[in-house]
Design a protein around this ligand. Structure first.
Ligand code: A2P
Length: 333
């Protein structure tokens, strides 16, 4: 990898694509040339990066000659079609979609958890599901100490998880309702403004959604723990961009609340925010546009043995997607 790799962002006009560019800029990522790619609809748009005005180009099969690192966030179909072409052209792809996450020869990386797995990539590295990343940022320090085998969790997922269109739908519905107009729904199956929707992604035969099963499948791969079982309910809430997850984790060994706080505080990328007597616990607004996830409400679970219950919050667009992808790119240089 050159000292200053040539970077391409596929999906630059999306919520995550925009944040990827912001992360590269804020972290002063060394860049040779930066190529900004989106659909034909966006070709010709101007985007400011540092002191340069760059022009968005249409993503095609020929976009990746001379690219060292290609960050993809344009949806699974685009990744399936173009990520292998980018890899064939010599780029290392960091893909934010779910297209390749469970492929055996594609590492699935959270840099604070399993950075060493990135080294064995064959041209594509996958960025995990945003809810899984946020959950594991809180769980991993505890898992390393006491070994988690079972988790029961409910998520409170921001509309940014549905991309720019999700954010616009919430904004538009709130405006319509406050002005007394009827609401239109297109991204979500029900009104999202002033409501919560217990469906994220499509339902599977077992009654769980695809999003809910990602937590089990992806966590097994990231934590290298094939025995981990997860029962998850994913809920879309009218929050712009941070996901929150209520997690009950059962461990092989007896956990301790004070030690859990110390372990989380000592871990990179995650902080404890937990003082209930002073009303201190993290809310989605506390992590918006921030890098670190926050954990609060840590307590001994009163139903399950050897279990802790906690609340973890993280910016979905940032640590759940763009920042994690840029951190993976940092592992490559
Ligand atoms: P465009 O804005 O030109 O449609 P989000 O998830 O926030 O909605 O963003 C999706 C991203 O994927 C956008 O940058 C969007 O570009 C891009 N995209 C969607 N369809 C295509 C396509 N057919 N080719 C290239 N990029 C695409």
């Amino acid at each position: 990898m050159p000292d200053k790799p040539n970077i391409a962002i596929a999906g630059i006009t999306g919520a995550v694509g925009q944040e990827m560019a912001r992360c590269l800029e804020q972290r002063n990522f060394p860049i040779g040339n930066l190529k900004l790619l989106a659909s034909a609809r966006s070709a010709g748009k101007k985007i400011q990066f540092k002191d340069q005005e760059l022009t968005v180009e249409e993503l095609t099969g020929d976009s990746f000659g001379n690219t060292d690192i290609a960050l993809f966030s344009a949806g699974g179909d685009i990744s399936r079609k173009y990520a292998p072409l980018a890899a064939e052209a010599g780029a290392t792809v960091i893909d934010n979609s779910s297209a390749f996450r469970m492929d055996d020869d594609v590492p699935l990386i959270v840099p604070e958890i399993n950075p060493n797995d990135a080294a064995c990539h064959k041209g594509i590295i996958a960025n995990p599901n945003c809810t899984t990343i946020v959950t594991l940022m809180g769980l991993n320090p505890l898992h390393r100490e006491w070994h988690a085998d079972k988790i029961i969790a409910s998520s409170y997922q921001a509309v940014s998880g549905s991309g720019a269109a999700g954010i616009l739908e919430l904004e538009t519905q709130v405006k319509a309702l406050t002005e007394g107009h009827p609401v239109q729904t297109s991204v979500y199956p029900h009104q999202i403004a002033f409501n919560v929707i217990p469906q994220v992604d499509v339902f599977l035969e077992n009654g769980y959604t695809k999003e809910e099963m990602k937590m089990e499948n992806e966590s097994r791969k990231i934590l290298d723990n094939k025995e981990l079982c997860a029962s998850v309910t994913c809920v879309r809430v009218p929050v712009y961009r941070s996901h929150s997850v209520s997690v009950t984790a059962q461990f092989r060994e007896k956990p301790d609340v004070e030690k859990a706080r110390a372990l989380i505080n000592a871990a990179p990328g995650v902080d404890v925010c937990d003082n209930p007597s002073e009303g201190l616990f993290p809310t989605p607004l506390d992590t918006t546009a921030k890098d670190n996830c926050l954990v609060g409400r840590i307590r001994q679970d009163i139903v399950l043995e050897n279990a802790l219950t906690f609340w973890v919050v993280g910016d979905q667009v940032r640590k759940g997607a763009a920042l994690n992808a840029v951190q993976i790119a940092e592992l490559l240089i």
